[in-house]
Design a protein around this ligand. Structure first.
Ligand code: PEP
Length: 250
């Protein structure tokens, strides 16, 4: 049985004080025994938000990480530093990292390896662009992204991470994937992981959907066999809408 995971990506929103206030509201509304809840604040707010949710069911993750432990990498943050700030998770390969900042599959694979080595749980994001979907290349693109990111990892390590399927055309657009589109890709990813790392790992790995998730579409998404949770952008910036998603209904 896979425990549901509801993740909130705050992107480049929220000052420290606003982030702490939001995290406290989310923690107050999150009961133990429900889905696992993780928020991904901007780097400046990580330590304060981690402190604010200490002892609650809410966990904290970074939105990105460098592959080195430390070094002359101006502007970067290492796995050690995320742990030091109280993080347990990290987002990797988000479409904005891939398409705005030019991160490729090899870099994301190095970061995934480093995150696992640093004791963090990676949430590896994959997904096709609109031209790729229209060109019927969705499964090929997603397979390549998953294969490259997971290649350096053992079966045990893959079993503990999460994969987020986020069609690029659905992120921040209000255009959510249909249940058929989401289920097709999720089942495909699970089969791929079963093939690459073994059936038990395919059965255990959590696959989240991301892309315009809102309180009014969460129930339909969570009802899908291979959807184990969601990665939420815009609707995670306000406690009321995020908590409705955590509770699984609008
Ligand atoms: C995201 O940033 O990962 C995301 C899915 O954003 P939104 O929910 O706003 O589409």
């Amino acid at each position: 049985m896979r425990r549901a995971l509801i993740a909130g990506n705050w992107k480049m929103y929220k000052t420290i004080s606003a982030g702490v206030a939001l995290a406290r509201e989310i923690a107050d509304g999150t009961k133990p025994g429900g889905p696992e809840v993780v928020v991904f604040p901007p780097a400046t707010a990580l330590a304060a938000v981690s402190q604010a949710v200490k002892g609650t069911p809410v966990a904290v993750g970074g939105q990105n990480v460098h592959f080195a432990r430390e070094g002359a990498f101006t502007g970067e943050v290492s796995p050690l530093m995320l742990k030091d700030a109280g993080c347990t998770h990290v987002l990797l390969g988000h479409s904005e990292r891939r398409h705005v900042f030019g991160e490729d599959d090899e870099l994301i694979a190095r970061k995934t390896r480093a995150a696992v080595d640093g004791g963090l749980v990676p949430v590896v994001c994959v997904g096709e662009t609109l031209p790729e979907r229209e060109g019927r290349r969705t499964l090929e693109v997603v397979e390549r992204q998953v294969e490259r990111a997971l290649r350096p990892l053992s079966a045990d390590e893959v079993g503990r991470l999460a994969i987020a399927y986020e069609p690029v055309w659905a992120i921040g657009t209000g255009q959510v994937a249909t249940p058929e589109q989401a289920q097709e890709v999720h089942a495909f990813i699970r089969r791929h992981v079963a093939g690459s790392h073994g059936d038990p790992v395919g059965g255990a790995v959590r696959i989240l959907y991301g892309g315009s998730v809102k309180p009014d579409n969460i129930a339909g998404l969570m009802a899908l066999e291979d959807v184990d949770g969601v990665l939420v952008g815009g609707a995670s910036l306000e406690a009321g809408s995020f908590l409705k998603i955590v509770r699984g209904r609008g």
